[in-house]
Design a protein around this ligand. Structure first.
Ligand SMILES: *Cc1c(COP(=O)(O)O)cnc(C)c1O
Length: 545
């Protein structure tokens, strides 16, 4: 076996890495930092972060039971480690890599980006590993072998003994991607690192640890290899808030989520297995199931129709007819099981969309309003008042309805007519769209907690009532008078014929207004929703008569 250091590209071995300001200084008791051209004003992020991520690496070392000097931490998730691995070991246009198929798509894309030939060896029909076939695909220029275990999208983990044997026999770097290892009972290759200088193990905080949004991935390798990653990476590849946040979340632990995902995976597998369209569910060591169905494209579409998005993997080698389904919360898994059981059943005939249109021309204004309560959410809004437009835009966006409002008003006189007539027309359009109100939820309430808080209660029962408890401190927000806000909603309540109570507090007038419109939209969304259990019921005995 060649010394793996000999596999490193010559230009990388010869590299004189960039030395950060903080690298050049060791020890001493500094209180005045004038070495890095930073801003001196403390705001939490004015200083460069630790390029060596000492504290975070210490925490990871304890968590994983490895030495700090075996760790590389990447700031674009595992993707950074994958790309760096190519850059460190593979000479563009010359070297090649070998990987199993089907597997994670990033290995291939990163190979193409780095101009490296990508050789695939297909797994058999049970997705098991053929080590001889993998080795047979290598040649003198094969620098890397990618093995994802548990494998994405097949879900199975490979035996660590097989992987160790592969490391022994392969004359290049074996990269084992353990993104899902926290869910697996088959063990990690981290324990094998001291025995194999040509082994690199990738892990991530994106899956079991619930930090996909932070983009933090890890590579573990022999200290001499890990040191090369440290030299090649961008100096400040992991920002300060992220380093602190990961340390904090590791201290919080996994909070029982892995156990729940594991037991939910088993329950989901059982539930999906009973669905008519499901032909096979592959065993999983991860937080997803590969599910073979009668018609993957049709199933994928029908699930979307029920608001459930899965990954269609039917185009991948060995995965014909397969969907990849991530394990969700128990409630989400219930919905998913129910939806899979409905596959192929024609959906009940849809009730027609509830639409309302109002055109109003007065001597002061000329308005057209169109409402579609059953979406799709979309808007075209132009009242001539920029701030009002911005507020009205919250309604389709947060209520999930279609809304068009075009108004030409006498704004040069004042804003009063425009705001009043928009409110009246909007209320009428919603009332028309609601029709006889059969089967709707009728009540809505909402309390979003942004910088400000607003509470909006709606009852579409038919009685008109309006309460307003909002304290604006300025006369205008943008081009829109705040005193008109209460008049706007009062006019809306009477033209919608609804009971509308609004209260709001906050420091910033813009935010208060925005919170009110958002809360109104959310409350409206809840109130106009069709009650699936009660589709023929009359929402109210009063007011409808
Ligand atoms: C999700 C996943 C990762 C993690 O990617 P990040 O960039 O760390 O979010 C790595 N490898 C595989 C196989 C994955 O499925």
């Amino acid at each position: 076996m060649t010394d793996p250091l000999r596999l490193i590209r010559p230009n990388i071995l010869a590299l004189e890495p960039y030395a950060t300001a903080r690298d050049e200084f060791k020890g001493g008791d500094i209180s005045v930092w004038l070495d890095a051209n930073e801003s001196p004003y403390t705001n939490g992020v004015n200083r460069y972060p630790d390029p060596h991520q000492k504290e975070l690496k210490g925490v990871i070392a304890r968590l994983k039971g490895v030495d700090e000097n075996t760790i590389f931490v990447g700031g674009a998730g595992s993707d950074e480690a994958i790309d760096l691995t190519y850059r460190i070991f593979c000479r563009p246009g010359i070297d090649n890599v070998v990987a199993i198929a089907p597997s994670y798509g990033v290995y291939r894309v990163a190979a193409a980006i780095n101009d490296v030939e990508y050789r695939e060896v297909e797994l058999d029909e049970n997705f098991s590993l053929d080590t001889d076939a993998l080795l047979a695909a290598t040649d003198a220029n094969t620098r890397l072998m990618w093995i994802c275990s548990p494998n994405n999208p097949t879900g199975n983990a490979f035996a660590t003994e097989d992987l160790e044997r592969l490391a022994d026999r392969f004359d290049g770097m074996l990269v084992v991607d353990e993104a899902y290892v926290d869910f697996s009972t088959r063990g990690t290759m981290l324990d094998a690192l001291p025995r194999h200088k040509n082994l690199i193990v990738l892990q991530t905080f994106s899956k079991a640890w619930g930090m996909a949004g932070l983009r933090v991935g890890m590579a573990f390798a022999h200290p001499e290899i890990a040191a090369v990653y440290a030299r090649v990476k961008y100096p400040y590849n992991l920002n300060g808030p992220t380093q602190r946040e990961v340390v904090r979340r590791i201290a919080d632990g996994l909070q029982g989520h892995v156990e729940e995902i594991r037991s939910e995976a088993a329950r989901l597998a059982k539930g999906l297995g009973e669905a008519e369209w499901v032909e096979r569910i592959y065993p999983t060591d991860a937080n997803f199931l590969l599910v073979k169905v009668k018609d993957a494209s049709e199933a994928y579409r029908e699930l979307i129709g029920r608001g459930i998005l899965v990954r269609n993997r039917s185009g991948m080698p060995g995965c014909a007819g397969c969907l990849r389904v991530t394990v969700g919360t128990p409630a989400e898994n219930d919905l998913t099981i129910a939806a899979f059981r409905q596959l192929g059943h024609k959906p009940q005939t849809q009730a027609p969309a509830r639409k309302g249109e109002v055109s109003r021309t007065t001597s002061e204004t000329d308005i057209r309003v169109e409402v579609n309560l059953d979406g799709p959410a979309g808007s075209e809004i132009d009242t001539g008042l920029k701030f009002l437009d911005h507020m009205l835009w919250q309604i389709p966006h947060h209520a999930g309805i279609g809304l068009k409002i075009i108004c030409h008003g006498d704004l040069e006189v004042d804003e009063h007519h425009t705001m009043e007539d928009v409110a009246i027309s909007l209320g009428e359009a919603i009332r028309t769209a609601l029709g006889d109100k059969r089967g709707i939820e009728r009540y809505g309430f909402c309390l979003p907690m942004d910088e400000s808080r607003a509470m909006v209660l709606i009852d579409l029962g038919g009685r008109i009532d309006f309460e307003w408890d909002v304290a604006f401190t300025r006369e205008y927000v943008g081009d829109t008078p705040t005193e008109m806000m209460s008049h706007f909603f009062k006019s809306l309540a009477s033209s919608m014929r609804c009971n509308l109570h609004i209260s709001a507090r906050g420091d910033n007038n813009h935010h208060i207004a925005e919170a009110i419109f958002k809360a109104f939209a959310r409350a409206l969304k809840a109130a106009v929703r069709r009650d699936p259990l009660n589709s023929a019921a009359i929402a109210s005995s009063k007011g409808l008569l």
